[in-house]
Design a protein around this ligand. Sequence first.
Ligand code: 5GP
Length: 123
Amino acid sequence: MAYAYDDQNIFAKILRGEIPNDTVYENGQALAFRDISPAAPTHVLVIPKGPYVSMDHFTQEASEEELVGFMRAIGEVCRLEGISDEGFRAISNTGHNGVQEVPHLHVHIIGGRPLGRMLMKPA
Ligand code: 5GP
């Protein structure tokens, strides 16, 4: 699949500094900031700085440096937020079935309370 990146998406605007964010961590390849509508005491979004729509796009086209920097950022955020020991959930909603709202790859880091089962089975 060929991906078209929309540079007007909200996270692209955050990366360009056009919209403010509450930054938790940043390295050369990734930015982590608090979700505007947190689902738990810790809810941080980690995004690559490059123009990638999704995990599929990123893992196909990103460089080794981008891949490593992004994954390291996820671990660093969990340690900074103090959720590594008690546990957390890392989620990347992708595409239509994943109900992805913002078309720039992001991993939600959610923790700070017991999170329950991952998915509810359909009734
Ligand atoms: P998705 O449904 O695409 O996986 O998640 C998008 C997330 O982005 C949502 O949890 C939503 O609250 C968050 N979000 C949307 N707009 C903004 C914004 O302008 N700033 C921040 N910090 N988070 C946002």
